[in-house]
Write a protein that binds this ligand. Structure first.
Ligand code: SF4
Length: 343
Protein backbone atom coordinates (compact mmCIF):
# COMPACT_ATOMS: atom_id res chain seq x y z
CA UNK A 1 0.00 0.00 0.00
CA UNK A 2 1.37 3.40 -0.86
CA UNK A 3 0.02 5.04 2.27
CA UNK A 4 1.68 4.57 5.62
CA UNK A 5 -1.69 5.07 7.35
CA UNK A 6 -3.85 2.03 7.87
CA UNK A 7 -7.60 2.12 7.96
CA UNK A 8 -7.44 0.89 11.54
CA UNK A 9 -5.69 4.11 12.52
CA UNK A 10 -8.33 6.22 10.83
CA UNK A 11 -11.39 7.05 12.86
CA UNK A 12 -14.73 6.29 11.22
CA UNK A 13 -16.33 9.44 9.86
CA UNK A 14 -18.45 11.06 12.49
CA UNK A 15 -19.22 14.36 14.04
CA UNK A 16 -17.58 13.32 17.35
CA UNK A 17 -14.03 13.53 15.92
CA UNK A 18 -12.44 17.01 15.97
CA UNK A 19 -12.81 18.49 12.49
CA UNK A 20 -9.93 18.41 10.04
CA UNK A 21 -11.38 21.46 8.32
CA UNK A 22 -13.15 24.12 10.34
CA UNK A 23 -14.44 27.21 8.51
CA UNK A 24 -16.06 29.94 10.60
CA UNK A 25 -17.95 32.94 9.21
CA UNK A 26 -15.87 33.06 6.06
CA UNK A 27 -16.34 36.19 3.96
CA UNK A 28 -14.74 36.48 0.54
CA UNK A 29 -14.84 39.88 -1.16
CA UNK A 30 -14.00 40.94 -4.69
CA UNK A 31 -13.15 44.64 -4.79
CA UNK A 32 -13.97 46.40 -8.05
CA UNK A 33 -13.34 50.01 -9.04
CA UNK A 34 -16.83 51.03 -8.00
CA UNK A 35 -17.59 48.85 -4.98
CA UNK A 36 -16.81 45.73 -3.04
CA UNK A 37 -18.69 42.61 -4.09
CA UNK A 38 -19.35 39.96 -1.44
CA UNK A 39 -19.05 36.50 -3.03
CA UNK A 40 -19.00 34.33 0.12
CA UNK A 41 -20.93 35.69 3.07
CA UNK A 42 -20.61 34.15 6.53
CA UNK A 43 -19.98 30.54 5.53
CA UNK A 44 -19.30 28.07 8.36
CA UNK A 45 -18.50 24.40 7.70
CA UNK A 46 -16.74 21.56 9.46
CA UNK A 47 -15.44 18.32 7.94
CA UNK A 48 -14.40 15.39 10.17
CA UNK A 49 -11.66 12.82 9.39
CA UNK A 50 -12.86 10.35 6.75
CA UNK A 51 -16.01 12.37 6.13
CA UNK A 52 -17.16 13.57 2.71
CA UNK A 53 -19.00 16.88 2.83
CA UNK A 54 -20.74 17.91 -0.39
CA UNK A 55 -20.97 21.63 -1.06
CA UNK A 56 -23.73 22.01 -3.65
CA UNK A 57 -25.64 24.70 -5.49
CA UNK A 58 -26.01 26.27 -8.92
CA UNK A 59 -23.05 27.96 -10.55
CA UNK A 60 -22.40 31.39 -9.08
CA UNK A 61 -23.37 30.28 -5.55
CA UNK A 62 -19.82 30.75 -4.21
CA UNK A 63 -18.89 27.06 -3.88
CA UNK A 64 -15.66 27.18 -5.84
CA UNK A 65 -14.58 30.43 -4.21
CA UNK A 66 -15.05 28.79 -0.82
CA UNK A 67 -12.84 25.90 -1.99
CA UNK A 68 -10.26 28.29 -3.43
CA UNK A 69 -10.12 30.18 -0.13
CA UNK A 70 -9.42 26.91 1.71
CA UNK A 71 -6.53 25.92 -0.57
CA UNK A 72 -5.13 29.45 -0.74
CA UNK A 73 -5.77 29.88 -4.46
CA UNK A 74 -8.21 32.78 -4.52
CA UNK A 75 -7.56 34.71 -7.68
CA UNK A 76 -6.76 38.39 -7.07
CA UNK A 77 -8.44 40.72 -6.42
CA UNK A 78 -10.54 38.18 -4.49
CA UNK A 79 -9.61 38.13 -0.81
CA UNK A 80 -10.63 36.68 2.52
CA UNK A 81 -12.14 39.69 4.28
CA UNK A 82 -13.34 38.04 7.51
CA UNK A 83 -13.68 34.72 9.28
CA UNK A 84 -11.31 31.87 10.00
CA UNK A 85 -10.16 28.70 8.24
CA UNK A 86 -8.52 26.09 10.46
CA UNK A 87 -6.80 22.89 9.39
CA UNK A 88 -6.51 20.41 12.28
CA UNK A 89 -6.89 23.34 14.67
CA UNK A 90 -4.27 25.58 13.05
CA UNK A 91 -5.36 28.81 11.37
CA UNK A 92 -4.39 28.84 7.72
CA UNK A 93 -6.31 31.81 6.32
CA UNK A 94 -3.51 34.29 6.96
CA UNK A 95 -0.56 32.21 5.72
CA UNK A 96 1.85 33.55 3.09
CA UNK A 97 1.84 32.18 -0.46
CA UNK A 98 5.00 30.17 0.29
CA UNK A 99 3.52 28.67 3.45
CA UNK A 100 0.29 27.79 1.63
CA UNK A 101 2.26 26.18 -1.20
CA UNK A 102 3.99 23.95 1.35
CA UNK A 103 0.65 23.07 2.92
CA UNK A 104 -0.91 22.16 -0.42
CA UNK A 105 0.16 18.71 -1.34
CA UNK A 106 1.47 17.88 2.13
CA UNK A 107 -1.61 18.61 4.26
CA UNK A 108 -4.20 19.55 1.61
CA UNK A 109 -4.71 17.74 -1.69
CA UNK A 110 -6.73 19.24 -4.54
CA UNK A 111 -8.53 17.75 -7.53
CA UNK A 112 -10.06 19.94 -10.22
CA UNK A 113 -12.47 19.34 -13.07
CA UNK A 114 -9.85 19.06 -15.81
CA UNK A 115 -7.08 16.54 -15.04
CA UNK A 116 -4.80 18.15 -17.61
CA UNK A 117 -4.46 21.26 -15.43
CA UNK A 118 -2.81 19.06 -12.76
CA UNK A 119 -0.62 16.92 -15.02
CA UNK A 120 2.52 18.05 -16.82
CA UNK A 121 2.46 16.67 -20.39
CA UNK A 122 6.28 16.59 -20.56
CA UNK A 123 6.90 14.16 -17.70
CA UNK A 124 5.87 10.57 -17.11
CA UNK A 125 3.14 10.04 -14.53
CA UNK A 126 5.63 8.03 -12.46
CA UNK A 127 8.00 11.00 -12.35
CA UNK A 128 5.19 13.33 -11.34
CA UNK A 129 3.97 11.05 -8.55
CA UNK A 130 7.52 10.39 -7.33
CA UNK A 131 8.44 14.10 -7.39
CA UNK A 132 5.30 15.04 -5.48
CA UNK A 133 6.09 12.50 -2.78
CA UNK A 134 9.76 13.51 -2.57
CA UNK A 135 8.75 17.16 -2.19
CA UNK A 136 6.69 16.38 0.89
CA UNK A 137 7.91 13.08 2.35
CA UNK A 138 11.44 11.96 3.15
CA UNK A 139 11.89 9.30 0.52
CA UNK A 140 14.80 8.06 -1.57
CA UNK A 141 14.32 8.27 -5.37
CA UNK A 142 13.96 4.49 -5.53
CA UNK A 143 11.36 4.32 -2.79
CA UNK A 144 9.40 7.24 -4.30
CA UNK A 145 9.33 5.46 -7.68
CA UNK A 146 8.24 2.18 -6.06
CA UNK A 147 5.40 3.99 -4.31
CA UNK A 148 4.44 5.80 -7.52
CA UNK A 149 3.96 2.44 -9.25
CA UNK A 150 2.00 1.15 -6.24
CA UNK A 151 -0.26 4.24 -6.37
CA UNK A 152 -1.08 3.55 -10.02
CA UNK A 153 -2.09 0.01 -9.11
CA UNK A 154 -4.07 1.40 -6.18
CA UNK A 155 -6.16 3.59 -8.51
CA UNK A 156 -6.73 0.69 -10.93
CA UNK A 157 -4.05 1.43 -13.53
CA UNK A 158 -2.21 -1.85 -14.12
CA UNK A 159 0.57 -2.82 -14.18
CA UNK A 160 1.65 0.25 -12.26
CA UNK A 161 5.36 -0.50 -12.69
CA UNK A 162 4.93 -0.34 -16.49
CA UNK A 163 2.35 2.43 -16.73
CA UNK A 164 4.49 4.70 -14.51
CA UNK A 165 6.78 5.18 -17.53
CA UNK A 166 3.95 6.60 -19.68
CA UNK A 167 3.07 10.25 -20.31
CA UNK A 168 -0.36 11.78 -19.57
CA UNK A 169 -1.49 11.70 -23.22
CA UNK A 170 -1.15 7.90 -23.18
CA UNK A 171 -4.08 7.60 -20.76
CA UNK A 172 -7.83 8.03 -21.23
CA UNK A 173 -9.71 10.90 -19.53
CA UNK A 174 -11.01 8.64 -16.76
CA UNK A 175 -7.53 7.21 -16.13
CA UNK A 176 -6.03 10.71 -16.03
CA UNK A 177 -8.52 11.77 -13.37
CA UNK A 178 -7.61 8.67 -11.32
CA UNK A 179 -3.93 9.60 -11.66
CA UNK A 180 -4.74 13.12 -10.44
CA UNK A 181 -6.49 11.57 -7.46
CA UNK A 182 -3.32 9.57 -6.73
CA UNK A 183 -1.26 12.77 -7.09
CA UNK A 184 -3.53 14.59 -4.66
CA UNK A 185 -3.34 11.81 -2.05
CA UNK A 186 0.21 10.46 -2.44
CA UNK A 187 1.77 12.88 0.06
CA UNK A 188 -0.79 11.70 2.66
CA UNK A 189 -2.78 14.93 3.13
CA UNK A 190 -5.44 15.27 5.84
CA UNK A 191 -7.88 17.19 3.64
CA UNK A 192 -8.87 16.78 0.00
CA UNK A 193 -10.66 19.60 -1.81
CA UNK A 194 -12.30 18.23 -4.95
CA UNK A 195 -13.95 20.79 -7.25
CA UNK A 196 -16.31 19.17 -9.77
CA UNK A 197 -13.91 16.21 -10.12
CA UNK A 198 -16.16 14.19 -12.42
CA UNK A 199 -17.92 16.88 -14.47
CA UNK A 200 -15.63 16.42 -17.50
CA UNK A 201 -16.10 12.63 -17.57
CA UNK A 202 -18.67 10.38 -19.24
CA UNK A 203 -21.47 9.32 -16.92
CA UNK A 204 -20.19 5.72 -16.87
CA UNK A 205 -16.74 6.88 -15.68
CA UNK A 206 -18.10 9.35 -13.14
CA UNK A 207 -19.37 6.57 -10.88
CA UNK A 208 -15.97 4.80 -10.94
CA UNK A 209 -14.00 7.91 -10.03
CA UNK A 210 -16.47 8.92 -7.34
CA UNK A 211 -16.40 5.45 -5.77
CA UNK A 212 -12.59 5.43 -5.88
CA UNK A 213 -12.38 8.86 -4.26
CA UNK A 214 -14.66 7.75 -1.46
CA UNK A 215 -12.79 4.49 -0.82
CA UNK A 216 -9.32 6.03 -0.82
CA UNK A 217 -10.30 8.87 1.51
CA UNK A 218 -12.35 6.70 3.85
CA UNK A 219 -9.49 4.18 4.21
CA UNK A 220 -7.00 6.92 5.01
CA UNK A 221 -9.23 9.07 7.20
CA UNK A 222 -8.90 11.98 4.77
CA UNK A 223 -11.59 14.66 5.13
CA UNK A 224 -13.13 15.63 1.79
CA UNK A 225 -14.73 18.91 0.76
CA UNK A 226 -16.49 17.93 -2.47
CA UNK A 227 -17.70 20.87 -4.53
CA UNK A 228 -20.34 19.89 -7.05
CA UNK A 229 -23.54 20.97 -8.75
CA UNK A 230 -24.47 17.29 -9.14
CA UNK A 231 -26.94 16.01 -6.55
CA UNK A 232 -26.49 12.48 -7.95
CA UNK A 233 -22.81 12.55 -6.92
CA UNK A 234 -23.82 13.89 -3.51
CA UNK A 235 -26.32 11.07 -3.04
CA UNK A 236 -23.65 8.51 -3.92
CA UNK A 237 -20.73 9.51 -1.72
CA UNK A 238 -21.41 12.37 0.68
CA UNK A 239 -21.97 11.81 4.38
CA UNK A 240 -23.27 15.34 4.80
CA UNK A 241 -24.32 18.06 2.42
CA UNK A 242 -24.28 21.85 2.58
CA UNK A 243 -26.53 23.66 0.11
CA UNK A 244 -25.24 27.07 -0.93
CA UNK A 245 -27.16 29.95 -2.48
CA UNK A 246 -25.91 33.45 -3.31
CA UNK A 247 -22.81 33.15 -1.13
CA UNK A 248 -24.50 31.65 1.92
CA UNK A 249 -25.21 28.16 3.26
CA UNK A 250 -28.99 27.69 3.38
CA UNK A 251 -29.20 24.08 4.63
CA UNK A 252 -26.63 21.66 6.09
CA UNK A 253 -27.27 18.15 7.33
CA UNK A 254 -26.81 14.41 6.88
CA UNK A 255 -27.17 13.61 3.18
CA UNK A 256 -29.95 11.04 3.60
CA UNK A 257 -32.09 13.51 5.55
CA UNK A 258 -31.54 16.47 3.25
CA UNK A 259 -32.22 14.43 0.12
CA UNK A 260 -35.26 12.67 1.54
CA UNK A 261 -36.93 15.69 3.16
CA UNK A 262 -35.22 18.96 2.21
CA UNK A 263 -36.37 21.70 4.58
CA UNK A 264 -35.15 24.79 2.75
CA UNK A 265 -37.25 25.66 -0.32
CA UNK A 266 -34.09 26.10 -2.43
CA UNK A 267 -32.81 22.63 -1.48
CA UNK A 268 -36.27 21.28 -2.27
CA UNK A 269 -36.35 22.97 -5.68
CA UNK A 270 -32.80 21.84 -6.46
CA UNK A 271 -33.74 18.23 -5.77
CA UNK A 272 -36.89 18.47 -7.84
CA UNK A 273 -34.61 19.12 -10.84
CA UNK A 274 -32.86 15.74 -10.51
CA UNK A 275 -34.83 12.92 -12.19
CA UNK A 276 -33.60 10.10 -9.94
CA UNK A 277 -33.86 12.08 -6.71
CA UNK A 278 -37.02 14.14 -7.16
CA UNK A 279 -39.29 13.58 -4.14
CA UNK A 280 -42.25 13.38 -6.53
CA UNK A 281 -41.09 11.64 -9.71
CA UNK A 282 -42.95 12.87 -12.75
CA UNK A 283 -42.92 16.44 -11.50
CA UNK A 284 -39.46 17.23 -12.81
CA UNK A 285 -38.91 20.94 -13.32
CA UNK A 286 -36.45 23.80 -13.43
CA UNK A 287 -36.18 26.45 -10.77
CA UNK A 288 -37.75 29.65 -12.13
CA UNK A 289 -35.42 32.63 -12.43
CA UNK A 290 -31.67 32.68 -11.96
CA UNK A 291 -29.11 32.97 -9.18
CA UNK A 292 -28.61 36.71 -8.50
CA UNK A 293 -25.40 38.15 -9.88
CA UNK A 294 -22.71 39.40 -7.53
CA UNK A 295 -23.68 42.85 -6.32
CA UNK A 296 -27.36 42.23 -7.13
CA UNK A 297 -28.25 39.98 -4.21
CA UNK A 298 -31.71 41.08 -3.06
CA UNK A 299 -32.40 42.27 0.49
CA UNK A 300 -33.94 39.87 2.99
CA UNK A 301 -33.70 36.22 1.99
CA UNK A 302 -31.68 36.14 -1.25
CA UNK A 303 -33.90 33.35 -2.58
CA UNK A 304 -37.19 35.27 -2.13
CA UNK A 305 -37.69 36.31 -5.80
CA UNK A 306 -37.60 32.60 -6.79
CA UNK A 307 -39.18 31.07 -3.71
CA UNK A 308 -42.71 29.66 -4.04
CA UNK A 309 -43.17 30.06 -0.26
CA UNK A 310 -41.90 33.64 0.08
CA UNK A 311 -43.66 35.81 2.67
CA UNK A 312 -43.53 39.55 3.29
CA UNK A 313 -40.93 39.06 6.01
CA UNK A 314 -38.61 37.27 3.53
CA UNK A 315 -38.29 40.48 1.50
CA UNK A 316 -37.23 42.53 4.52
CA UNK A 317 -35.22 40.33 6.89
CA UNK A 318 -32.45 37.87 6.19
CA UNK A 319 -32.91 34.53 7.98
CA UNK A 320 -29.92 33.18 9.92
CA UNK A 321 -29.18 29.44 10.12
CA UNK A 322 -31.04 27.74 12.98
CA UNK A 323 -30.75 24.15 14.21
CA UNK A 324 -33.49 21.74 13.11
CA UNK A 325 -32.58 18.36 14.60
CA UNK A 326 -29.24 17.42 13.05
CA UNK A 327 -29.55 20.16 10.45
CA UNK A 328 -28.99 23.88 10.16
CA UNK A 329 -31.53 25.72 8.03
CA UNK A 330 -31.78 29.41 7.16
CA UNK A 331 -35.44 29.98 6.32
CA UNK A 332 -38.24 31.93 7.99
CA UNK A 333 -40.63 29.02 7.41
CA UNK A 334 -38.88 27.20 10.23
CA UNK A 335 -38.55 30.16 12.59
CA UNK A 336 -42.19 30.58 13.62
CA UNK A 337 -44.04 33.91 13.45
CA UNK A 338 -42.02 37.09 14.05
CA UNK A 339 -42.35 38.70 17.46
CA UNK A 340 -45.23 41.22 17.52
CA UNK A 341 -46.55 40.54 14.01
CA UNK A 342 -47.55 38.05 11.35
CA UNK A 343 -45.21 36.71 8.67
FE1 SF4 B 1 -38.45 31.21 0.87
FE2 SF4 B 1 -38.70 33.00 2.82
FE3 SF4 B 1 -37.56 30.67 3.33
FE4 SF4 B 1 -36.33 32.50 1.85
S1 SF4 B 1 -36.88 32.67 4.02
S2 SF4 B 1 -36.45 30.32 1.43
S3 SF4 B 1 -38.02 33.36 0.71
S4 SF4 B 1 -39.70 31.02 2.71
Amino acid sequence: MPSTQSSAESPAPGRAAPPVLDIRDLRVEIPTRRRILVAVDGVSLQVAPGEVLGLVGESGAGKSLTGSAVIGLLEPPGRIAAGEIRLEGRRIDGLSHAEMRRLRGRRIGAVFQDPLTSLNPLFTVGDQLAETMRAHLELSPGEAWRRAAAWLDEVGIHPGAVRAHHHPHQFSGGMRQRIVLALALCAEPRLLVADEPTTALDVSLQAQVVALLRRLCRERGVAVLLITHDMGVVAEICDRVAVMYAGRIVETGPTAQVLRTPLHPYARELLACVPSLAPQPGRLRQIDGAMPRLGEVPAGCAFHPRCPDAMERCRRERPEARPEGERLVACWLLAGPPQGGTP
